[in-house]
Design a protein around this ligand. Sequence first.
Ligand code: KIV
Length: 268
Amino acid sequence: MDEKKITTKTFRKMKKFGEKISMLTAYDYPTGLILDQAGIDSILVGDSAGMVVLGDQNTLSITMENMLYHTKCVSKAVKRALVIADMPFLTYKITVPEAVKNAGRFIQEGGASAVKIEGGEEVCKIVRAMIFADIPVMGHIGLTPQAVNKLGGYSMQGKKPESVEYLLRSAKALEDAGAFSIVLENIPALLAKEITGKIQIPTIGIGAGPYCDGQVLVLHDILGFYADESPKFAKKYIDLNKIIFNAVKQYSSEIKTKKFPSKKYFIK
Ligand code: KIV
């Protein structure tokens, strides 16, 4: 699936033909551009922006306006990938009409092609209302970071029998409600395999092992943007923190030592 614009329909086709779906988060124009040109299938404008871009402790403080801003920046850059906007905490669980209205803003103002909401069987009525309004919805179950206070931390889900049952029921309920795909976050690989085998819509894993139909990671984790440890499941492909740090140090030192700007960089 190299050339054509990726849609929610393409996602389903990719699952059918066993082609893995690649997804990364992005929050601004330049990274949206690079990711799209590099051929990533889908870009999630995640509420992880609160943590990796805005410096918050969790994803609970980021607002509709913040997320709309980031979504617009990414959408402007992207030609091929499917852009999915993550709905922030408390923007879709108060009332159904408010949820649909907020979701619609991500499509109409943000330029996204779909939204993502966290939660299992209990959010299905919201999913149905969004689909009725022609807004494609991605589900997100397992570790749902917006529920960090209810869950008591960021621990793995789907280990106890009642949690396994809830996740299996939720995946099926989300599919029946019309979700086009589901993120499975931080659950055992064999449970992710079972869920993936039981539904027709693609599962996108993060810390959920190799059997999902696709994988998503936070861009700043794979680029090593921060010096501190990223989650165990996040592979670091480059140590950008060190590269940027060294470049800035060199630039600063060259100004002090009058090495920059040298002849090449100015006109007499
Ligand atoms: O906000 C986010 O980045 C996410 C993904 C990590 C799934 O929800």
